[in-house]
Design a protein around this ligand. Structure first.
Ligand SMILES: Nc1ncnc2c1ncn2[C@@H]1O[C@H](COP(=O)(O)OP(=O)(O)O)[C@@H](O)[C@H]1O
Ligand SMILES: [Mg+2]
Length: 261
């Protein structure tokens, strides 16, 4: 898996560990619902941040604001020192820089696996077809679905489809990858094959924001756990600290529910 660089920026111009994604006093409403409340969050290059919290706390909305699938009310979000673009070609480029993997795999049903992984490269990055295909095949091999390249998404298992979705995002050489409950829709026996790909990415230095209830993954891969409830970041800590000694009552209550059910 090591011949393909995880991102073109890994070890590049900026020093490792500098702030890559910076949310500053971000607020967002859905009508009367204050879904994101004064969110301050900095994700450093190469860092893996796991976001956990009860359903409805704003985790998905937080992810979606980072690649501007949702706009924000007040505050600011910057990626690699630049504020999020509003629209047009700049926005398309931003979306490519911020890879997103959703709970529902969101592959193009009428395109083959190979075409799914080539499309963004040729359309957004303007990579020529031969190079896009070569990269797509390498990435598909890397996530363990190289043999499925000519199939359509529906012919694959959920775990395989999710790994294709990861390959598709990686094909854009994203600066950061966002995962929003990537294993929640999977049958239990397929969860690990997806988590293993994510573990590998983390080890290779990819900057990742991962919303998940997979506490084993959080413990082993995360540099930091961010606990959200009711639109706020309640607590942030290293995984061991967070899981063994949560400070807030909200986190204690949440952990007791997910760890003892
Ligand atoms: N497009 C939307 N319009 C109105 N309300 C929304 C929308 N998306 C999410 N919400 C509401 O915002 C809150 C946070 O949702 P979400 O970010 O999906 O939470 P989580 O991912 O933590 O479960 C929920 O109450 C949800 O119903
Ligand atoms: Mg969600």
């Amino acid at each position: 898996m090591s011949e393909v660089p995880v991102t073109e920026n890994a070890g590049g111009a900026a020093p490792a560990g500098d702030p890559l994604v910076v949310l500053d006093k971000v607020n967002k409403h859905f009508g009367a619902l204050h879904v994101l409340q004064d969110i301050n969050l900095t994700i450093r290059r190469g860092e893996v941040v796991v976001v956990i919290g009860p359903s409805g706390s704003g985790k998905s909305t937080l992810c979606r604001t980072i690649n501007r699938l949702e706009t924000i009310g007040t505050g600011s979000i910057a990626i690699d020192g630049k504020p999020l673009p509003q629209e047009g070609r700049e926005l398309a480029r931003l979306r490519a820089d911020v890879g997103m993997v959703f709970q529902s795999f969101n592959l193009f049903a009428h395109k083959t696996v190979l075409e799914n992984v080539m499309l963004g490269q040729t359309k957004v990055r303007k990579t020529d077809k031969a190079a896009a295909e070569k990269k797509a095949r390498t990435l598909l091999d890397r996530v363990g679905v190289g043999a499925q390249a000519e199939k359509y998404p529906a012919q694959l298992s959920g775990g395989q489809q999710q790994r294709v979705a990861i390959a598709r995002a990686l094909a854009m050489d994203p600066k950061v990858m966002l995962f929003d409950e990537p294993t929640s829709a999977l049958d239990p026996e397929m969860i690990n094959e997806v988590l293993e790909v994510m573990q590998q990415l983390a080890r290779e230095g990819m900057t990742m924001v991962v919303v998940t209830h997979e506490m084993g993954f959080a413990r082993s891969a995360a540099n930091r756990v961010v606990f959200m409830a009711d639109g706020k970041i309640i607590e942030e800590a290293e995984p061991t600290q967070f899981f063994d000694n949560p400070r807030s009552d909200r986190a204690k209550d949440f952990l007791s529910k997910i760890l003892h059910h």
